[in-house]
Write a protein that binds this ligand. Structure first.
Ligand code: GLS
Length: 835
């Protein structure tokens, strides 16, 4: 035996070691023992799973030591409650954050594989609809990077956001079977399951000490099983937990039916229970009003709070100090029932006096609002709420009574004000207003961009602002530079690092040093070269997957986001048709070649949004096949827009379309990703566009359109889109062309709902903004020709985006709302495998 052979192999080496040889051995080992395959018969997915497990092993010491920190009594933990976490693929970002991307690339290459091919195998967990869910994912990543102890609580949907296919230019929804080949990133923890009750009735009783109490006798019980996913920070040990809950049948509950021979009854119960977390509701900014949705909300919130209480008590904590252990953030109103649930747990189950419990609750919760759209403000019909959560309705009544007593003093004699503030909407059919419950139950309320936070105070939450101005804050959204620059744009990241070092990755404000190079000819050349290369990659991908040839030197004009009337993808279409008409009118016209790229899903029940997709694909079909124009305009609709597919898109944009009607987009975060990657924005004064423009400089931003004040004035004075249609020839021509059946094989009915909505109603003021938009687009075209100017503007956009890092946003939440501080995680040895 050689000396080497006599040394014991420490478990640490095999499962945490980072030598190339160790990595290769680990991958081969996982392939054999976990996947049960020889390399010769292994699929790419088997190799992906083997690699994913290899990486997961390397996270374990960090993860377990982070969990140890949660349990320390003096540590305050952030609990981020969100019905959606749109994480995107894990493997790439975990390699980057662990700093092992190159090592692993080499280890994989030594086995004859390309890392990119393995990365492409991953099914992303699409457990969210759009911006709100993606924000939660960026925030989890920043919390870990900033070494803040945090747990994300949400739902482990078996089917996430549907996959989008296009058939004949229409969206078709396909079930997202993201779990079908297994999920290497999660660990089920059945031993930590909790029970969640639904329905039934309540009953008053007197306890041993003679106190009046209420008990809830539920009709059904569902088991919540947690599945944990590690979220690792960038170059730190902190690896926080995302704990997602899956509903299962509570077996004990079925025994009776089963013993009586009612086998099907018992199985029904199982199916009923498992349905709870089966599928994500696919509406962004929804008003669903579906019972199952309320069941989902209550389910995960109850699981989360029971889990937190157990953790707190397990660490020897007193429930009167619960708020010192946990800072709980409500990500929109979806988890707002938490306010009533925490009260129920504290008062009914743990026998705290009401006032003490209320103080704990209010000190625990913070509430973020993410939208002003009236149709998105959640309210539940009272009978539905009461039948599902009878005890919570009583608690809400009690909260409301006490709250209104307090408000009455402030608004003496103003009964209308009290009716407006009430947690119960009694103006017609009665509803529970979830935003009101969240406001009353939280110590801090915030919007997600300056403009949005101001509008909240003036509109939907005006009465609450009058009552408690001190509760209101702004926390402008941010995005993580690790995924949205370092990972998605490696070429640009490298160029930046070569010039200013690596600090920007965690201190995004450092990008400002690039300003010094904005006029530097050589730097500009390199900047352009990279943009060109990235555009070429996207062009190749589009050629391969959609068989559309696009010119990488054309202006890439990109709008990717959920399809919604307020986001106005159809305004963009009107511009395309206007250009098309110009070329047809004057075939020799000198216009900048443009490639219009769209991507986004429409809610399956949102007919108008689906028609918007059809109009885009129909215009694409005509334009792309018209020999007169197709070398100057191309239109592409990228199917199945999701996190994975978006990553090559942001870096390739020259122009970012952020054209929502002023006052409608709460913030936007795509706007940030584009600008960070050097795209210029054409946008309205809406959401975070306002702050992006301030940051990058008005001269580096293409502004157009009505301001929020002008929008309000126009609507108050009686907006008539028909007048705009009639007095704007280009607009009329564009709309008429759609109406004539030109883009629909002569079918004049197809787009009639869309056209009628525009010329007779136009709730989002496309026609009012049309001329300003076209003029602004003309300026964009001219400026694009001034290559050096454009490049300078592009560099300055990236250089000045530091503020929009989710690290900055999370620091603000920590300081102003959660009052938590970083704690570094010490890696204690976990195996002593000495010979
Ligand atoms: C949203 C808003 O519409 C976006 O403007 C915002 O950026 C995002 C995150 O704050 O939240 N609200 C919502 O319901 N879906 C969103 O994307």
């Amino acid at each position: 035996m050689t000396t080497e052979q006599t040394q014991s192999i420490q478990v640490e080496d095999d499962r945490s070691g980072l030598g190339i040889e160790t990595l290769r051995r680990a991958i081969a080992d996982n392939l054999f023992y976990l996947q049960g395959k020889w390399p010769e018969i292994a699929t790419l997915n088997d190799f992906y799973m083997a690699l994913a497990n290899t990486v997961r092993d390397r996270l374990m010491p960090r993860w377990l030591n982070t969990i140890r920190n949660y349990r320390r009594s003096e540590v305050r933990v952030v609990a981020y409650l969100s019905a959606e976490f749109l994480l995107g693929p894990h493997l790439g970002i975990k390699l980057i954050n662990l700093g092992i991307e190159e090592l692993v690339r080499q280890a994989v290459a030594d086995s004859g594989l390309a890392l990119e091919d393995l990365l492409a195998q991953e099914e992303e967990p699409g457990l969210g609809n759009g911006g709100l869910g993606r924000l939660a994912a960026c925030y989890m990543e920043s919390l870990a990077t900033l070494e803040i102890p945090a747990i994300g609580y949400g739902i482990r949907y078996e089917f996430g956001i549907f996959d989008q296919e296009l058939r004949d230019g229409w969206q078709v929804e396909v079930t997202d079977k993201w779990l079908q080949y297994g999920n290497p990133w999660e660990i089920p923890r059945p031993e930590s399951a909790v029970m969640v009750r639904f329905g039934g009735r309540t009953e008053a009783y007197t306890d041993d000490e003679g106190a009046y109490r209420v008990r809830w006798i539920p009709a059904r019980v569902v088991k919540g099983v947690p599945y944990d996913t590690p979220i690792v920070g960038y170059y730190v040990n902190t690896t926080n937990t995302l704990r997602l809950w899956r509903a299962e049948a509570a077996e004990s509950f079925n025994f009776q039916a089963f013993n009586q021979g009612d086998y099907y009854g018992a199985v029904d119960q199982k199916i009923y229970s498992e349905n709870l977390t089966k599928v994500l509701y696919p509406n962004d900014e929804p008003l669903q009003g579906k019972q199952l949705r309320l069941e989902q909300q209550y389910f995960f919130v109850s699981c989360a709070l029971q889990d937190m209480i157990r953790l707190h008590r397990g660490a020897g904590g007193d429930l009167r100090q619960f708020h010192q252990k946990f800072a709980v953030q409500l990500n929109d109103t979806h988890p707002a029932v938490a306010v009533a649930e925490l009260m129920r747990l504290l008062v009914d189950e743990h026998r705290l006096p009401w006032d003490a419990a209320w103080e704990v609750s209010q000190s625990t919760f913070g509430f973020t609002n993410h939208t002003l759209l009236p149709e998105a403000l959640e309210k539940w019909p009272l009978p539905l709420f009461g039948s599902l959560l009878p005890r919570h309705l009583e608690i809400i009544y009690e909260i409301n009574q006490r709250f209104l007593d307090q408000a009455r003093v402030h608004f003496l004699g103003d009964s209308q004000k009290l009716a407006q503030l009430s947690l119960i909407d009694e103006s017609g059919e009665r509803y529970v207003r979830m935003a009101h419950l969240a406001c009353v139950g939280s110590h801090a309320i915030n919007g997600v961009a300056e403009l949005h936070s101001e509008l909240l105070k003036q509109t939907v939450l005006k009465d609450f602002y009058q009552l408690w101005p001190q509760k209101f804050q702004n926390k402008t959204n941010g995005v993580t530079p690790r995924r949205w620059l370092l990972l998605c744009n490696p070429r640009l990241s490298q160029l930046i690092t070569e010039h200013i070092g690596t600090d920007w990755v965690c201190q995004l404000e450092q990008l400002r040093q690039l300003e010094a190079y904005a006029e530097d000819r050589e730097f500009q050349r390199q900047w352009r070269q990279i943009k060109r290369a990235v555009k070429q990659d996207l062009a190749d991908h589009i050629q391969q997957t959609l068989n559309i040839a696009i010119n990488p030197d054309s202006l890439f004009d990109i709008q990717v986001k959920r399809i919604h009337e307020y986001k106005r993808q159809h305004l963009n279409v009107l511009h395309i048709i206007t250009l098309y008409n110009r070329i047809r009118r004057n075939p020799d016209i000198d216009i900048v070649p443009r490639t219009f790229i769209f991507g986004g899903k429409a809610a399956p029940g949102y007919i108008m949004a689906k028609l918007m997709i059809k109009v885009i694909t129909s215009v694409a079909e005509v334009v792309n096949n018209d020999p007169q124009v197709c070398d100057r305009i191309k239109v592409v609709f990228l199917p199945d827009y999701n996190v994975t597919n978006s990553q090559p898109v942001y870096p390739a944009a020259d122009l970012s379309e952020q054209i929502s009607t002023a006052g409608k987009e709460a913030s936007g975060t795509g706007n940030m990703k584009f600008s960070l990657n050097g795209a210029l924005t054409i946008g309205t004064l809406d959401g975070a566009n306002v702050e992006i423009r301030q940051a990058v400089g008005a001269e580096n931003f293409f502004l157009f359109g009505l301001t929020i004040e002008e929008v309000q004035q126009l609507q108050e004075s009686g907006y008539n889109p028909w007048d705009y249609y009639n007095r704007t020839p280009d607009l009329k021509e564009a709309i008429n062309l759609i109406n004539s059946g030109f883009f629909s094989h002569g079918n004049r009915e197809l787009f009639k709902p869309l056209v009628d909505s525009l010329v007779y109603d136009d709730p989002y003021l496309l026609l009012a903004d049309y001329s300003a938009y076209i003029d602004c687009q003309d300026t964009v075209g001219q400026r694009f020709r001034e290559t050096d100017t454009w490049t300078r503007m592009s560099i300055l956009n990236s250089a000045r985006m530091g503020y929009f890092s989710s690290d900055r946003a999370i620091r603000e939440y920590c300081q102003d709302i959660w009052h938590v501080t970083p704690i570094s995680v010490q890696l204690k040895p976990y195996v002593q495998a000495d010979a």
